[in-house]
Design a protein around this ligand. Structure first.
Ligand SMILES: [Zn+2]
Ligand SMILES: [Zn+2]
Length: 252
């Protein structure tokens, strides 16, 4: 058993399958969308608000509030006890590591080339010190040598459903870089799309996004209910992702 399996196997039941592209599935974030629409509501809004939105997010798992994955994604950074933060930080690093090692070619396909730079979205919470997500990403062997943090906060705060090209700015020229942007959670996409666009505006050739969790509200609408039913019908497996899944999926 690899260390990544050792730390993630106890959490397998916490992960939820993400469907491949198909009817009734958002092209960008893969949650439920109206069968007649290419994107879900929030992606329609946030992809229009920036110059260079990411065309597709690759979530490792869906989650709902409050489930076990939500607990991991919240408490690895905000848990009250250092011991809890340390333990969940290890679970997060192992999750990212196991996924990127299994799906490096899927990720390269998403980015449009093998990533030359790996980064994260700057914290907007004002937390001092190195962000726990940065620590987790840098614990992953394949990502560590590629990790840099060119993005800084721009002048305009990012709000839910409000992405902006003034939200982040790059301190470096990123000409020719193929960037993998790693996020812990994806909700409306405002932060992620603002960061993706800032990387491209700094010259990055391409940006692909892996998000550990994409939140779903199963009762929010029929499309959400359908995608959640897919996500929970079978056990999540680390050897399939939305891009390499053999499922033929139509939720329409
Ligand atoms: Zn979407
Ligand atoms: Zn894959």
């Amino acid at each position: 058993m690899t260390p990544a399996e050792y730390f993630t196997n106890p959490y397998l039941a916490a992960f939820r399958r993400v469907p491949p592209r198909g009817a009734g599935i958002c092209l960008v974030c893969l949650r439920g969308a109206r069968p007649t629409d290419a994107m879900c509501y929030s992606c329609k809004v946030t992809t229009r608000q920036v110059a260079f939105p990411a065309a597709q997010i690759l979530p490792i798992s869906f989650y709902e509030v409050p489930d076990q994955l939500w607990n991991v994604l919240r408490n690895y950074k905000d848990g009250r006890h250092p011991q809890v933060r340390l333990q969940l930080g290890t679970v997060l690093a192992a999750t990212i590591g196991r996924f990127v090692n299994n799906h490096w070619s899927c990720i390269s396909g998403l980015v449009g080339g093998e990533p030359t730079l790996v980064t994260t979205v700057p914290s907007t919470s004002g937390r001092p010190g190195l962000h726990p997500l940065v620590e987790a990403v840098r614990r992953v062997g394949i990502l560590r040598p590629l990790y840099r943090d060119p993005l800084m906060l721009g002048g305009v705060p990012i709000q839910r459903l409000r992405a902006t090209d003034q939200g982040f700015v790059s301190r470096d020229d990123l000409a020719g870089e193929d960037v993998l942007l790693v996020e812990d959670t994806f909700t409306s996409g405002a932060r992620t799309q603002s960061a993706a666009s800032a990387l491209r505006r700094a010259g990055a050739r391409a940006v692909g996004v892996v998000a550990v969790g994409r939140v779903i509200e199963p009762a929010h609408c029929d499309d959400c209910t359908r995608v959640w039913r897919y996500a929970t019908a079978e056990q999540f497996q680390f050897d399939a992702c939305s891009r390499c899944s053999q499922d033929v999926c139509s939720l329409a």
